[in-house]
Structure formats: C-alpha cells, structure tokens
Design a binder for this molecule. Structure first.
Ligand code: GLC
Ligand code: CA
Length: 562
C-alpha cells in the first residue's frame, strides 16, 4: 500500500451510523448496539476505517439522543455499557474505530446537573447553566431557538429564565464556569479509557455563547475553550476529533484543524450544503442549487485549507436530506447520479464521510401526513408555519425537500418486511422503495452503488495523491460539468463529472488524451493515461459526457510508469 506520512485519520473514511435507524436486534422497532455489531462485517466489506455513532448515551430522546441526561451511561433503548464495550472490541478486530458523538453545548433538562440547578439559585449546580432574572412573559431578549419559539424558558420557582439554543429540553451549559469544563474533561477521559477512537463535537461553535450580546456561535472565548478542551483530553491520545461548525469560515476552520493538533483533527462545516437555501431565509425556503457557486465554494475550501488545515468531505448526515434526491436524480438515473456524487466528493482532499444508506443510493421519503414524521424540528416548523398561514401543501413540500427524517428512515438491508431492519414496528416508517434499493441486492450486483463506493474507498487508500495532491478547478463557469485536477509530484488525476441528466459537451477528455474508441484501453496506456474509476461500463466519448457520467483518469509525467 502506498501509505504516506499523513495522520491515520487523513487516510481514513468515516461511516456515520444513526443508531436508532440502523439495525434493530430485539424487535422493539428501534435500532440498537447489538444490531450494529451484527452489521460490522458489512462495514468491513465496504472498507471504512471508523464509525461515527450518533449519540447512544442515556437520554429522554427529545431530540433523538442529542439531549443527554447521563454522559457516562448508555440509553437502555440502545443497550448498555457492556454492549458498547463489545462494539468497540468487535470493531477493533476489523480495524474499525468508534467515534462517539459529544453533545457539549447543552445537556438534557433531565440531567442531574439541571434538576439540581433548578432547585435554587444557590445550588452548586445552578451556575452550570445560563440563567437570567426576569418577569414571566418578558423575555430577556428576542433570541429564538433553532427548533422554533424563544430561546428562553421561564422557571417560576426561581423567577428566572434559562437559555436554550435548541429545544426547551436542551438547556445550554455554561462554559464560562470552570467546574462545568472540568466535569466535561473528566467524562471525556473516561471515554478515552474505554478505548474509543475519537469524538465528533456537536455544534461546538455554539459553546461560547453570549446571550446578552445575542451571540450564539463564534463567541469571543470559543477558541480558548476549545484549546483547553483539546489540551486536557484529546491530546492525551491518538484520536480523530471532528468539530461540527455551521458558522465556520476559512479562518476559523484553520484554527479548528490546525496541524499542530491544538484544537481538533478536522472541521465539519456546511457552507456548501446551504447554497440551495434562499439567502437570509430558513432552510425550508429552498431554491435550485446554484451549481457554479457550489463548485467555487468547494474550490475555496480545497485551496485555502491545503497544507494548513483539514476538512471533512460530506454530502449527507442525519440532519440533511439524501444527496441523490437533493442534487442528483432519484428516478431513472439514481444509480448513475449516486455514483457521480460520490466520485466528485471522494476525489477531493479531506476525510470522506459516508452516511448510512448513502452507499446504497438511498433516497428521500414522502410520507402522506405530518403524523408519520417524528423529528422535533419538522413538527415544530409544521405547527409554526400553519399558524403563520402557510399552505399545508407548501409546508409538506419543504419537509419533502429538507426534513431531517429523510435521512432517518430505517436502513434498507433487504427486500423482506420492514427492509430487514426490524421484526417489530419501526419507530419511523421504512421508505417503500426498499424492495428495489437494499443492501442484499447490491452486494450481489457488481455494478451497484455499494460496489462503487467500495471501489472508491479502496482507490483512495491505494493512491496517496487523493490525500496529498493539490486541487485545481477546471471549467469553473461551466453550468453542467464538475471537473478538477489533483496533482502531486508529477502525478495528476482528472476528475470529471456531468451534474445533469442531459448529454453535455466536455472538451477536457481530448486534451487529456483520453482514448476515443473501443480498443482505447490499450491506446490509453500509450497516451500515459489510465482510467481509475467510471460509472458507466463502456468507455466515454472524447467529446461528451452522458447523464451523470463521472470518472477519474490518472496521467503520469512522460516516462513515468503507471
Ligand atoms: C447538531 C446535531 C443535530 C441536533 C443539534 C442539537 O446539529 O447534528 O441533530 O439536533 O446539534 O444538538
Ligand atoms: Ca432494539
């Protein structure tokens, strides 16, 4: 293997599991840790190096586990600590590390710290949270929570409000209090002792909030807090750490992912994922993807972090709709589009993330009624917008396009009842297309999206240029083609993709000496080019790319063996 000098997590591919939707093992309709253990062989086959586990800690599940009531225990719904330790060791046997999701901006209101804090103003835990004196009905200010309604909740016994950037059941922790920070560090060290491979830091850019100044993310003490956190915990191990930061710009990203490890391994930022939202409006107000902007945005991140930071590469996660439905095609070209999107993403510099089901080309879902949706964000938005007079039909369209439950329908394992996810009633409906889109059939079909992801993952491992190479965007103004070159020490890769469902002109292939005819394979060697991966089975033409066609070519300097 052509290993380079980079850190292990730079050569890695991370797979995200949303545990409640992955695999149920006991028929209660909810995925669990034993279910994950059963599917480790599948993940090993795919070739991933680490699993980011969305939260499995004890929680009242108001926001599906992003509201933790005990950071050092597992929610019985998912299993117990022994199950988790078994998962860590079973994964380790397969060279897979487990990344835990750390939700440190807020806890659950059922966490002992909060139930204590609520007892009185002089309770030792009171100052673990963010309080303001006030009068009932007169909010400290007009800040709103991310899930709708005000960011302040009245506690009559104390005649105080507490601050919550998310739901009422997710009170914000007070990072200004050194005791809070110490408790958090001790908890993290405890997890490190258990042998976890790393951490994903939930909405970490929001911990240094300053509600009086109406500051939520990027507060003045943010990087001071993160550097202390990193010094006291992560730097004592060889971990992968990834900071979720919706509000990161390039300069902050460089701090988060500084190569000296003073903060995290990498940043997980969303600039490219917010481009199909109407400027200044909410995510529900969507617009067509400005494709040229997408390319320029990704180019900026590629260039600016090269050599001085590290990015996560992703299209999907548990908060985002399915990429093949969103920016690809989930009908006649679903397979081609899913592979194309993967090619473009995995060809770049950074650590790729695969969200469960993405490797099958799983799609968005359209449930008939709001009752079939479970997500707190969807339900609150539906109620609010109805009250504001939006038409029900339009609200449902927003949910179909952007709702988080699109990504949370159960994993589609096979074509048996409930897609092989559970023998009981699934907590959220299975997407009816599971009879067609499922892991079992894709494992048997070498042309499947699954096998394409597997190939891409291996390709990346065998070619360090994917990690080291610099990035040049080609045809920047082209409305259809996404193409770029990666270059490292005389080696060059061309990634070329058609982002549309039409056949489009592509001048690049001829320039690159890509062969024109059927015996091209032989000729291509003479031209010094080699096809590394392609989502069509026959050779491309020199002039045109077919719908969603994508490929990666390698070219070596003349005289170099490839
Ligand atoms: C992050 C999580 C999301 C959660 C929120 C509050 O954005 O990814 O699922 O609702 O933080 O914890
Ligand atoms: Ca279960």
């Amino acid at each position: 293997m052509d290993m380079n000098s980079k850190k292990w997590w730079q050569n890695s591919v991370v797979y995200q599991i949303y545990p409640r939707s992955f695999q149920d093992s006991n028929g209660d309709g909810i995925g669990d840790i034993q279910g994950i253990i059963k599917r480790l062989d599948y993940l090993q086959e795919l070739g991933i190096d680490a699993i980011w586990l969305s939260p499995v800690c004890r929680s009242p599940q108001d926001d599906n586990g992003y509201d933790i009531s005990d950071y050092q225990d597992i929610d019985p719904m998912f299993g117990n600590l022994d199950d988790l330790e078994q998962l860590i060791s079973e994964a380790k046997k397969r060279n897979i590390r487990i990344i835990m999701d750390l939700v440190l901006n807020h806890s659950s209101d059922e966490h002992r710290w909060f139930t204590e804090a609520k007892k009185s103003k002089d309770n030792p835990y009171h100052d673990y949270y963010v309080w303001r004196d006030g009068e009932e009905g007169v909010y400290p200010n007009d800040m709103g929570s991310a899930f709708g309604g005000p960011a302040w909740e009245w506690v009559p016994e104390l005649k105080q409000y507490y601050f919550h950037q998310f739901s009422v059941k997710q009170p914000d922790l007070n990072w200004e209090n050194p005791k809070v920070r110490r408790e958090i560090y001790d908890m993290i060290l405890w997890w490190m002792d258990k042998g976890v491979g790393g951490f994903r830091l939930d909405v970490i850019d929001q911990i240094a909030k300053e509600p009086d100044l109406k500051i939520t993310n990027n507060g003045p003490r943010l990087h001071e807090f993160i550097q202390e956190l990193s010094r006291e915990t992560f730097q004592k191990g060889d971990l992968i750490t990834v900071g979720e930061a919706w509000g990161a710009d390039i300069d902050r990203a460089k701090l988060y992912s500084k190569p000296d490890g003073s903060e995290f391994s990498m940043v997980f930022q969303f600039e490219h994922m917010m481009l199909d939202q109407e400027p200044g409006k909410e995510k529900w107000d969507f617009c067509p993807l400005p494709f040229v902007k997408l390319k320029k945005c990704l180019e900026k991140w590629q260039k600016e972090l090269h050599g001085c930071g590290w990015n996560s590469l992703f299209w999907d996660n548990h908060d985002l709709p399915r990429i093949v439905s969103r920016w690809g095609n989930d009908r006649e070209y679903r397979v081609e589009a899913a592979k194309m999107l993967a090619t473009v993403l995995h060809g770049m510099e950074g650590t790729p993330y695969v969200y469960q089901g993405e490797e099958l080309g799983m799609t968005n879902v359209r449930f008939d009624s709001i009752e079939q949706y479970q997500d707190i964000e969807i339900r609150n938005m539906y109620r609010e917008r109805l009250e504001k007079g939006y038409a029900e039909k339009d609200i449902m369209e927003s949910i179909y396009a952007k709702g988080r439950d699109n990504a949370r329908t159960p994993m589609q394992w096979d074509d048996t009842e409930n897609a092989g996810f559970t023998t009981g009633t699934p907590w959220l409906g299975v997407n009816p297309n599971y009879t067609e889109i499922n892991a079992r059939s894709q494992l048997q079909d070498e042309n499947s999206v699954f096998h394409y992801y597997k190939k891409l993952i291996h390709l990346r491992k065998e070619n360090s240029i994917f990690v080291d190479g610099d990035f040049t965007l080609l045809l920047p103004e082209d409305e259809n083609i996404f193409a770029y070159v990666r270059e490292y020490e005389g080696r060059k890769l061309l990634v070329a993709a058609n982002f549309t469902d039409k056949e489009v002109e592509c001048p690049l292939l001829k320039e690159w000496g890509v062969p024109a005819d059927e015996d091209g394979a032989a000729k291509s060697r003479d031209n010094g080019v080699k096809l590394l991966i392609h989502n069509y089975n026959d050779l491309p033409s020199q002039q045109k790319l077919r719908p969603y066609e994508a490929m990666i070519w390698e070219k070596a300097e003349t005289g170099t063996e490839i």
